[in-house]
Design a protein around this ligand. Structure first.
Ligand SMILES: *[C@@H]1O[C@H](CO)[C@@H](O)[C@H](O)[C@H]1NC(C)=O
Ligand SMILES: *[C@@H]1O[C@H](CO)[C@@H](O)[C@H](O)[C@H]1NC(C)=O
Ligand SMILES: *[C@@H]1O[C@H](CO)[C@@H](O)[C@H](O)[C@H]1NC(C)=O
Ligand SMILES: *[C@@H]1O[C@H](CO)[C@@H](O)[C@H](O)[C@H]1NC(C)=O
Ligand SMILES: *[C@@H]1O[C@H](CO)[C@@H](O)[C@H](O)[C@H]1NC(C)=O
Ligand SMILES: *[C@@H]1O[C@H](CO)[C@@H](O)[C@H](O)[C@H]1NC(C)=O
Ligand SMILES: CC(=O)N[C@H]1CO[C@H](CO)[C@@H](O)[C@@H]1O
Ligand SMILES: [Zn+2]
Length: 460
């Protein structure tokens, strides 16, 4: 708490050219790009020259602590709302809502009721008078509160990255009739797809996929340079989650513990979500003792740190598999070699964040940030008042060029230093005042210097 306050005070705002422009022409446009399933350590394991070029001129957050469950729709909505899953309502890629008795699936996600517990940035920014655009960002084709971004395109895997990018740069540029958009969100499905098919440990497959991702980042840089936007837009490249290696040796069969007649299945792996038919406690007990590599929770006892409890769309029992384990109902067929959705404290589930542009520092990196903090950061970059959220700008402030910021270790050092000086002064002061003789303390006199002796009578 003390540290928070200190950081807040120390991160004083410095006047800068960016702010001058902000005052006159509004903030620079912000382009948010997600490469689905980009596990943080891919950055160390694969070359990625274009991405490295981008953040060498900007900032890098080596790991982003995302939210539970570490699935695509859940975390993409978190990035644009700053909310935990329980607060934005997109709790999984497969959901059941007991109030409306509706079912949600990635391929049937367009009913606004699922998304209306939050307001994504592409809508909030409209209220500041900006135009916005979304290119296949999950949920951005849904009419939320009767609105969409000014421009959007529903997901279509056949549209190449270059085509998506072309639309986005046109939207940012604007034309004679329409001003450019201030906020654009661009989605690309790799390296998630390859990660699922081959697993993140397959160096051959992942090298190829990440080379393509990096080539796309190269395209992004050259397209922004070609259109004159480079250096004038803030670019934020991030992802929703990482990927864990799965194996046929790490399968958990629910049927071996519990007959499927006993429950209605809502979601399966790596987080099983189910509704018990009769006795919930009995079903829980069977699941809890089923396999050492998974943990069952009654809804009321899901740990606080997961922020995954206060929502009707969380079912009475969830079961969470250990890293790399796959839950199936029956059989011994491994559905995919890579998966995500596991506990969000696992580094393998974490993505990264890189950014560059006029508002960011250059060549700066921090080891971690929470994904809920991206939203307040983006609101700050756009001067858009944030909706209530679970993030804070304080942790991301140091990434900004306009903030003179102190490192946490430095601040701790400073605080300790100040405390040391203060206590030294106190000790010295005490020592000196002890040296002041008082007749009632005989030992005092023994320590007193000769020249001090002269003053004594006057003091007493
Ligand atoms: C602010 O912008 C104006 C016009 O673009 C420029 O003349 C002025 O020098 C700028 N001031 C600062 C402090 O950058
Ligand atoms: C899609 O979801 C809606 C409710 O949100 C439901 O009425 C409809 O039956 C679903 N369609 C399919 C094909 O599952
Ligand atoms: C959305 O628009 C419809 C018809 O235009 C209207 O009936 C409804 O109240 C609106 N809903 C919201 C949330 O504004
Ligand atoms: C994207 O750009 C292409 C080529 O200019 C155009 O045909 C297409 O309509 C654009 N898509 C959207 C959603 O505006
Ligand atoms: C790794 O991926 C390649 C395709 O890039 C595939 O041919 C190979 O079988 C995979 N290896 C393993 C061990 O899965
Ligand atoms: C997250 O933010 C929402 C909106 O402000 C709030 O209702 C919720 O209590 C917050 N969650 C936590 C764990 O603070
Ligand atoms: C705990 C529980 O409800 N067990 C039931 C599961 O389903 C089988 C088959 O329908 C029943 O025999 C069990 O009693
Ligand atoms: Zn994903």
């Amino acid at each position: 708490m003390l540290l928070k306050i200190l950081l807040g005070i120390l991160c004083g705002v410095r006047a800068s050219a960016t702010e001058n422009n902000t005052a006159q022409h509004g903030p620079p446009p912000l382009l948010l790009v997600s490469f689905d399933g980009f596990r943080a350590d891919y950055l160390q394991r694969f070359p990625m020259p274009n991405l490295k070029l981008l953040y060498s001129q900007g900032v890098l957050v080596e790991q982003l602590t995302n939210v539970f469950i570490t699935k695509t729709f859940t975390n993409h909505y978190t990035l644009v709302t700053g909310l935990y899953a329980e607060s934005h309502g997109i709790l999984a890629n497969n959901m059941y809502d007991p109030v409306t008795q509706k079912h949600f699936h990635v391929s049937n996600h367009s009913d606004p009721m699922w998304w209306s517990e939050a307001q994504p940035l592409w809508l909030t920014a409209l209220d500041s008078g900006y135009k916005t655009a979304t290119m296949m960002w999950p949920g951005s084709d849904v009419t939320i509160g009767n609105r969409t971004a000014s421009y959007f395109a529903p997901y279509d895997y056949r549209v190449t990255f270059q085509q998506r990018l072309g639309n986005v740069t046109n939207w940012i540029l604007g034309n004679d009739k329409e001003p450019g958009v201030k906020f654009a969100a661009l989605y690309w499905e790799e390296p998630d797809r390859t990660g699922h098919i081959f697993g993140p440990d397959n160096v051959t497959a992942m090298s190829k996929a990440l080379k393509e991702v990096d080539d796309n980042i190269g395209l992004l840089i050259s397209e922004l340079k070609r259109t004159g936007l480079w250096g004038h837009v803030n670019i934020l490249i991030t992802s929703d989650h990482g990927m864990a290696q799965c194996s046929a040796d790490r399968l958990i069969q629910l049927d071996s513990c519990l007959h499927p007649d006993n429950y209605t299945l809502v979601d399966l792996s790596p987080v099983t979500s189910l509704i018990p038919k009769k006795d919930p406690e009995a079903v829980f007990k069977l699941l809890n003792n089923c396999n050492a590599h998974m943990t069952a929770y009654m809804k009321s006892s899901i740990p606080d740190r997961l922020h995954y409890r206060n929502n009707d769309r969380i079912q009475p029992i969830i079961v969470v598999a250990d890293e790399g384990w796959t839950i199936v109902q029956r059989g011994d067929k491994l559905p995919r070699f890579g998966d995500h959705g596991y506990d969000n404290s696992l580094p393998s589930m974490h993505p990264f964040m890189a950014a560059s542009g006029p508002s960011f520092r250059q060549g700066y990196r921090i080891s971690s940030l929470k994904s809920v903090d991206i939203y307040p950061l983006m609101c700050h970059l756009l001067s858009v008042p944030p909706q209530p959220n679970n993030g804070t700008l304080n942790r991301a402030r140091c990434l900004l060029a306009a903030e003179s910021c102190w490192d946490v270790p430095l601040v701790i050092g400073l605080v300790v230093g100040v405390l040391l000086v203060l206590s030294t002064i106190t000790v010295l002061f005490r020592f000196l005042s002890l040296r002041r003789p008082s007749g009632s303390r005989p030992f005092q006199r023994l320590q007193v210097d000769d020249d001090d002796d002269d003053d004594e009578p006057m003091l007493e």
